[in-house]
Design a protein around this ligand. Structure first.
Ligand SMILES: [Zn+2]
Length: 80
């Protein structure tokens, strides 16, 4: 089971049934906060994911700040 944490709220993303975790490159929305993330999966592993700029520039902005903080702290976004 692929576990992806939402970049916005930190909740685990529910991978929709139509998503082939062996090979997927597309968008998944977070059920908890509604954010849209672009994820890449291959061989049931996450190859990469990032936030899709949405209609909520304020939230996107906030994410960028958080990511910048994480980068400065030398951590990966999915580090707890
Ligand atoms: Zn979320």
């Amino acid at each position: 089971m692929v576990d992806i944490k939402c970049l916005v709220c930190g909740e685990s993303l529910e991978i929709p049934p139509y998503v082939d975790t062996e090979k997927y490159d597309g968008q998944v929305s977070c059920k908890a906060c509604g954010s849209l993330l672009h994820i890449k999966l291959a061989g049931a592993k996450v190859q990469g994911y990032n936030l899709v700029p949405s209609k909520s520039p304020r939230i996107t902005r906030k994410i960028e700040e958080l990511l910048e903080e994480l980068r400065r702290a030398g951590k990966q976004p999915d580090d707890k």
